[in-house]
Design a protein around this ligand. Structure first.
Ligand code: CTP
Length: 402
C-alpha cells in the first residue's frame, strides 16, 4: 500500500468515527491520504480529526465565500489511486446512483477516474429497502465496488445488517485489490545493499564508502511493484518501511554470504547491489591491536564471491542481476562479469561519470543483458535509477511470458 493515494469520502453517519481509524491504518501503511467530508459528516466527527490523522487539509466545500478560495474537485478525483466512501449513507448512495452533484464529495466522485469503493452504513430496514438495493445494484453496474456492511448492533438499538465494515477489513480489501494489479505481485526478490565490514580487531575494520542508497531504492521500488522483498543489508544508516520488505542486517561478507545462501533458493529474482569486500583480514584479532613503532601489515585473504555462487546455484527461471563498478574498460569488464557469474543482467556504473557511484544521490547506469544488449540511461536520482532497473526486469519477465 506504500505510496498509494487514497481519497476517503466521509458522509453523515455515526460510523464516521470508524473512518478516523481507517485513515490512521492507511497512513500507517504508508499511503497518502486525503479526506473529503459532507456537511452532515461534520456533525459526527470534526474535520480537524481527519486533517491531523491524514496530515492533510480536509476538503468540505466547493468554495469559501469570504476568501474565494476553492477546492478543485477534478484535481482531487484525478489525484487518487482509489476513492473509498466510508461511511456511505443511504442518502449519498442514492445521490451517487442518480448523478446528483450538490456537494463537493459527490462532485469528486463524479470526476474520479480511479476505482471507487463504497462502504454503506445504515439501519437494517434502510439497508433492505428496495430503493437502497436498486441504488447499490446501479452503483455496482457502474463499476464501483460495494463493501457489504456487517451484521451486528446498530445505532438504533436494533440488531441486523447495516454496520459499516470494520476499518481493518476495509484495509484488507484495498490491499487485496492493489496486490493483484501490480506487475511483480507474487514474486519474491532478494536484494543486497550497502558495504561489508571486515574486522581487523574488535574496534577496526576494512570497509568501503557504499551508503546502501541504490540497493534500498531498488528494494523500495520492487515492493511498490508488488514484490515480496528480502533486503540483506551491510552496515547502513538508512531506514526502510513497508510490510513487504523483510530486512536482515549483516556486517561481514561471510554473514552476507550465509544469509544469501539461506534465502536464495526460494527467490524468483536476486539483485546483488551490495559492495561486498573482495578481501578480509586473514585472521581478526580478538584483542585490540596495540600501537607499535615499526611497520604494521595486515594479511588479507579473498572472501567468497557471493554472486558467483548464486550464479552456480541458479534455479530454472530465476533472474539474477549483478552490479559492476568500473574505472577502465568498463563495458568489456562488465560483460566478462556477466558471463563468469552466470547473470541475466549486469548494471554497470562507471566511476568516471560525475555524480555516479558511492555516496551520491544520483547514478548513471548501463544495463547489459545475457545476449549482450546494452541499454544506456541518463544521470538520474537513485530512486529513478531503481525504477529503470525494475522496469527492465519487469519487461524481461513479460517477454518470457509472451
Ligand atoms: N560480489 C559478490 N561477492 C563478492 C564480491 C562481489 O557477490 N565477494 C558481487 C557484487 O555485489 C556485485 C558484483 O559481484 O554485484 C560485482 O562485484 P565486483 O567486486 O565489482 O566484481 P569482481 O568480480 O569482484 O571483480 P573486480 O573487483 O575485479 O572488478
Amino acid at each position: 500500500m506504500r505510496g498509494k493515494k487514497i481519497l476517503i469520502g466521509v458522509t453523515g453517519s455515526i460510523a464516521a468515527y470508524k473512518s478516523a481509524f481507517l485513515v490512521r491504518l492507511l497512513v500507517k501503511e504508508g499511503c497518502d491520504v486525503k479526506v473529503v467530508m459532507t456537511d452532515t459528516a461534520k456533525d459526527f466527527v470534526a474535520p480537524l480529526t481527519f486533517s491531523v490523522l491524514s496530515k492533510s487539509p480536509v476538503a468540505t466545500v466547493f468554495a469559501n465565500r469570504e476568501t474565494g478560495e476553492w477546492t478543485n474537485h477534478v484535481e482531487l478525483g484525478l489525484w487518487a489511486d482509489a476513492m473509498v466512501i466510508a461511511p456511505a449513507t443511504a442518502n449519498t448512495t442514492a445521490a451517487m446512483a442518480s448523478g446528483i452533484c450538490d456537494n463537493l464529495l459527490l462532485a469528486v466522485y463524479l470526476s474520479a477516474r480511479c476505482p471507487v469503493f463504497i462502504a454503506p452504513a445504515m439501519d437494517l430496514d434502510m439497508w433492505k429497502h428496495p430503493s437502497t438495493v436498486s441504488n447499490l445494484e446501479k452503483l455496482k453496474s457502474f463499476g464501483n465496488q460495494i463493501i457489504t456492511p456487517a451484521f451486528g448492533e446498530l445505532a438504533s438499538g436494533l440488531t441486523g445488517e447495516g454496520r459499516m465494515e470494520e476499518p481493518e477489513n476495509i484495509l484488507a480489501i484495498l490491499k487485496n485489490f492493489f496486490s493483484h494489479d501490480l506487475p511483480l505481485s507474487g514474486k519474491k526478490v532478494l536484494v543486497t545493499a550497502g558495504p561489508t565490514y571486515e574486522n581487523i580487531d574488535p574496534v577496526r575494520f576494512i570497509g568501503n564508502r557504499s551508503s546502501g542508497k541504490m540497493g534500498f531504492a531498488i528494494a523500495d521500488e520492487l515492493a511498490k511493484q508488488g514484490a515480496e522483498v528480502v533486503l540483506i543489508s551491510g552496515p547502513s544508516a538508512l531506514t526502510i518501511n513497508g510490510n513487504s520488505i523483510h530486512r536482515i542486517d549483516v556486517e561481514s561478507a561471510k554473514e552476507m554470504y550465509d544469509a544469501c545462501m539461506q534465502h536464495s533458493g526460494s527467490m524468483d529474482m536476486i539483485i546483488m547491489a551490495a559492495a561486498v569486500a573482495d578481501y578480509r583480514p586473514e585472521s581478526a584479532s580478538t584483542q585490540k591491536i596495540k600501537k607499535q613503532n615499526n611497520l604494521m601489515s595486515v594479511s588479507l585473504t579473498p572472501t567468497d564471491d557471493i554472486l558467483s555462487e548464486l550464479g552456480k546455484r541458479k534455479k530454472v527461471g530465476q533472474v539474477i542481476v549483478g552490479f559492476a563498478l568500473e574505472t577502465s574498460n568498463e563495458l568489456e569488464n562488465a560483460k566478462d562479469k556477466l558471463r563468469r557469474k552466470n547473470l541475466d543482467f549486469i548494471v554497470l556504473n562507471s566511476l568516471n561519470d560525475a555524480g555516479a557511484g558511492f555516496n551520491h544521490d544520483t547514478n548513471r547506469i548501463r544495463m547489459i543483458d545475457s545476449a549482450m544488449n546494452t541499454q544506456e540511461f541518463d544521470l538520474k536520482s537513485k530512486t529513478d535509477v531503481a525504477k529503470d532497473i525494475v522496469h527492465v526486469i519487469v519487461e524481461h519477465l513479460n517477454s518470457k511470458k509472451a
